[in-house]
Design a protein. Structure first.
Ligand SMILES: *Cc1c(COP(=O)(O)O)cnc(C)c1O
Length: 432
């Protein structure tokens, strides 16, 4: 099974090449040529299957023969060594907690899966592969942790100096080994521009094998479909129709949920919940896709004005807005509404939500008001301690720091300061 570019101007490639390239040469996102539904028995028997068995059966067709089954099983065993609990909050509303991994954000699964696939593929490559990634916060930590110690792969992370939280900075600057953090005097947009310049620099690309680790990479995007299957397994016995609400930024996670649905998983509806960066809710209302500069919010991992994966969602629905609307609703919420939701959830159920999960909760509530009787699950994409100040100020209680986070707080930060592209290029060319 191959992957074609959504720009359709370059030939289809294998999973291996799609992972190594990241993006197609015509700048299109890769998309699987086929999504073959799993047999009915898979969903009938899902409660008897382990997470590992579910993940293996679901991802196998997307990897096809580029990774042997035994290696794929080992990779999945490594990637999925933590829990994904569904926690009831109110009647007919639960949260799917995706933050029990090493960096306590849901990006851990995608980053670890991609790292191990790339590690496997690099074995046949003559030279080392360099992963270059810009981060506004959570991606950097998950990528650093996921790729740590992977032989044949070097990781260079650019982050804006003084603009990520203390916890986030430590998660990406304290690991060492094959991970280097470049601290950029500038904004996240400056970091991203430098990364883009590198990918367009023919002289650089001639000298090194460069790839990116953001959510457009199929190896980061597709494994997120596991979450939805795990949640379905957990609530199937209730016999209710399931609605998923996904706090969305680049729309990779929700798009993976829609792939799980194409695999045959019963879902009544999807809700894409955003903060005030409302390009998609506006599109669902007006039919006009108008990207805009991003606005900073308290749910900062979703501060995206031009969500890169939305083109995959439109493609899945044949670019037909009416068909898409039958399966997807999208709502946006302000920071004030988000804080109020954190407070209300805590008051009513004792549960502590992070700002991203709270946006997901709000989206779910908006939908179920008009569609009662279904079972609603919102995704909790980060642990509340990652947004310590906002959450503690809102619920007026202090949170306990989990051991994964405490561990990095005690380590020493190491970064290299750079200011412009020539310094980045210099570093990449001379540190091989
Ligand atoms: C990245 C991220 C999101 C957004 O996920 P997308 O797949 O980009 O839509 C939501 N919440 C948290 C905590 C994140 O780190």
């Amino acid at each position: 099974m191959n992957y074609y570019s959504l720009n359709k101007e370059t030939p289809a490639v294998s999973f291996k090449d799609a992972v190594i390239n990241g993006i197609a040469p015509d700048k299109g996102l890769y998309f699987p040529e086929r999504i073959t539904p799993l047999p009915d028995s898979f969903f009938e028997d899902i409660e008897k299957m382990s997470h590992l068995e579910i993940a293996f059966e679901a991802i196998r067709q997307f990897v096809s023969d580029t990774i042997p089954d035994t290696v794929l099983k080992d990779i999945l065993e490594d990637v999925l060594d933590f829990d994904f609990p569904v926690v009831p909050i109110e009647e007919n509303i639960a949260t799917l907690e995706l933050f029990h991994g090493p960096t306590m954000a849901f990006k851990d699964v995608g980053a670890r899966f991609m790292a191990r696939c790339l590690g496997h593929f690099s074995q046949g490559e003559p030279s080392e592969i360099t992963v270059l990634v810009a981060t506004s916060g959570d991606t950097g930590g998950a990528v650093a942790n996921g790729f740590l110690g992977i032989v044949g792969v070097k990781v260079v992370i650019l982050y804006p100096s003084g603009k990520v939280s203390d916890i986030q900075e430590r998660q990406l600057t304290t690991l060492g080994q094959n991970i280097t953090a470049l601290e950029v005097e500038g904004t996240f947009d400056d970091c991203q521009k430098m990364v883009k310049s590198a990918f367009l620099d023919a002289a650089l690309l001639e000298k090194m094998q460069l790839t990116s680790a953001n959510s457009i990479n199929v190896a980061r995007w597709l494994p997120q479909l596991f979450y939805f299957l795990f949640a379905y397994k957990a609530v199937k016995s209730r016999g209710q129709e399931v609605v998923f609400s996904i706090p969305s930024g680049n729309f990779g996670n929700i798009c993976a949920g829609m792939v799980a649905q194409r695999l045959g998983m019963p879902v009544k509806h999807f809700v894409a919940a955003t903060n005030v960066n409302d390009t998609v809710p506006e599109f669902m209302r007006s039919g006009a896709y108008r990207p805009k500069p991003s606005t900073a919010t308290i749910s900062n991992a979703m501060d995206v004005g031009d969500p890169s994966n939305f083109v995959r969602i439109r493609h899945l629905y044949g670019d037909d807005l009416e068909v898409l609307k039958e399966n997807l609703s999208s709502f946006s919420f302000t920071d004030d509404e988000t804080r109020e939701a954190i407070l209300n959830i805590h008051k009513n159920s004792g549960y502590v939500a992070d700002p991203h999960g709270a946006v997901g909760y709000l989206g779910l509530k908006r939908y179920v008001e008009k569609h009662p009787n279904s079972y609603g699950i919102f995704l909790e994409t980060a642990h509340p301690v990652k947004f310590l100040e906002v959450v503690e100020d809102t619920i007026e209680q202090s949170l306990e720091i989990p051991p994964q986070i405490q561990k990095v707080m005690d380590r020493e930060k190491k970064s290299i300061r750079i200011t412009d592209y020539s310094e980045l290029k210099n570093y990449l060319l001379n540190d091989q």
